[in-house]
Ligand binder design. Structure first.
Ligand SMILES: Cc1ncc(COP(=O)(O)O)c(C=O)c1O
Length: 421
């Protein structure tokens, strides 16, 4: 697909209004701000490379680094770092009155922003440290009976699985893993495979929103409608790879719980996560942090990293200022460019499906001749940062594309790969 076709196929939705602006976004470079002010949010056009070059200057990535591993950790823009550092200094001027007073109170504004970002209500939203924490809270909070089943897939990240593994050891839960093909044919194939593995003991379906191995977008809406809701099965979603890359609306997805890491695609500081627990199922998931629920500060969760949470809010504002739809389209645009180039290489096979409804800002390949770890090391020596897929039999590499990447970097990566694979 060329750029024009892609752009036509991805009209931009109207940008969401800024929620509780913190004032930090006035500090983005005037060149970026000016262009953002003149871009039409409704027009089916993406800004050109010159605009994205200016955006890249908002990041403190080392010059020359081509960071294609946002799926592991994103890069945090300067405005977010500045907001965190300013909040830390403010706190330290008079620690306890600040943390338990006006500075700490800003965490609640961030929670409101987070609820709007996810499409959730405030009393369904919590600020966590990461996806693993959120997924563990769900697994730990369910009253399982021995023999209850958790239906999941062979492509989940360990962070989304450890809670179920603990429930298996401690409470006799059975974990059933559906082997997702790589590449998957389409969303129907995935729904049918999960459907076929449901039994009358299935209590939970636990899947990623965007798969950490292949980058496919799981058909959550269909899984909710065709599998989980009609049977009263809890649909638990590991959203580590999605917010900040895709526009999220947890209600439209139909999930019951959603745990994510904002230090990946949302570009917040490391150790920032969001958690959603649908009101209607809150009686089925007890809060792990004891009696007072999931808000950022409660007597049950204790003192929090207030400055970092304030920065988390600025990261969300950064996304809204650039435009969430525009970011989603840019991630996909670069990923499509990369995918087209990868298709011309000898010695590689796609692990990522080519079904358009499964496409995200991630593409993964398996190498036929070279060793993935060696290729990743050789790329790293050229400042090209990629991820080795942790399933040995795939001998694969995963590439993530975000707004700090460029067409030039994609070209560099392809040139290097052509030599190495
Ligand atoms: C799908 C998925 N779940 C969970 C995690 C773990 O994320 P965190 O370490 O932020 O909890 C990752 C990290 O790559 C992931 O890709």
């Amino acid at each position: 697909m060329d750029r024009r076709t892609f752009v036509k196929a991805a009209p931009l939705a109207a940008a969401l209004p800024l929620v509780t602006p913190s004032g930090w976004l006035k500090d983005i470079a005037p060149s970026v701000a000016r262009q953002l002010d003149t871009l039409s949010t409704a027009a089916a056009t993406l800004p050109d490379e010159a605009f994205w070059r200016e955006v890249r200057r908002e990041f403190t990535l080392n010059p020359g680094i081509a960071h294609f591993n946002c799926g592991t950790l994103g890069a945090t823009p300067r405005v977010v770092l500045d907001a965190i550092s300013a909040a830390m200094r403010e706190i330290e001027g008079n620690p306890s009155p600040n943390v338990f007073g006006p500075v700490g109170a800003r965490m609640e504004d961030v929670r409101k922003q987070a609820a709007a970002f996810l499409g959730a209500d405030l009393d369904e939203t919590a600020i966590t440290r990461n996806t693993t924490e959120g997924m563990n809270m769900v697994a730990d909070g369910i009253d399982f009976e021995p023999g209850d089943e958790v239906l999941t897939t062979t492509h989940e990240h360990h962070g989304g699985l450890v809670g179920w593994e603990a429930a298996e050891r401690r409470r006799g839960v059975r974990i059933v893993k559906v082997p997702i093909p790589a590449p998957a044919r389409d969303s129907r194939q995935i729904v049918e495979m999960l459907q076929a593995a449901v039994t009358d003991r299935t209590r939970v379906v636990s899947v990623s929103h965007v798969c950490t191995i292949t980058g496919i977008v799981m058909p959550l809406g269909r899984i909710a409608q065709e599998i989980a809701r009609p049977r009263g099965i809890l649909l638990v979603c590991d959203g580590a790879q999605a917010p900040g890359m895709l526009e999220i609306d947890v209600k439209a997805l139909g999930v019951d719980t959603y745990a994510s890491s904002s230090h990946k695609w949302m570009l917040a500081a490391k150790g920032s996560g969001l958690f959603y627990l649908r009101k209607e199922v809150q009686d089925r998931v007890r809060p792990t942090f004891l009696s007072q629920g999931f808000a950022p500060y409660t007597a049950a969760t204790g003192t929090r990293n207030v400055a970092q949470i304030i920065g988390h809010g600025v990261a969300m504002e950064f996304h809204e200022r650039i435009g969430r739809a525009r970011i989603a389209a840019r991630c996909l645009e670069l990923r499509n460019l990369l995918r087209e180039g990868l298709a011309t290489l000898n010695g590689v096979r796609f692990l990522t499906s080519d079904a358009p409804e499964l496409a995200s800002g991630i593409v993964s390949i398996s190498l036929n001749r070279a060793k993935a770890v060696d290729v990743a090391a050789a790329l790293s020596a050229q400042d090209l940062v990629v991820k080795v897929i942790p399933i040995a039999e795939y001998n694969g590499l995963r590439f993530s594309t975000h707004i700090f990447n460029s067409e030039v970097e994609v070209g560099r990566l392809l040139t290097a790969l052509r030599e190495l694979v």
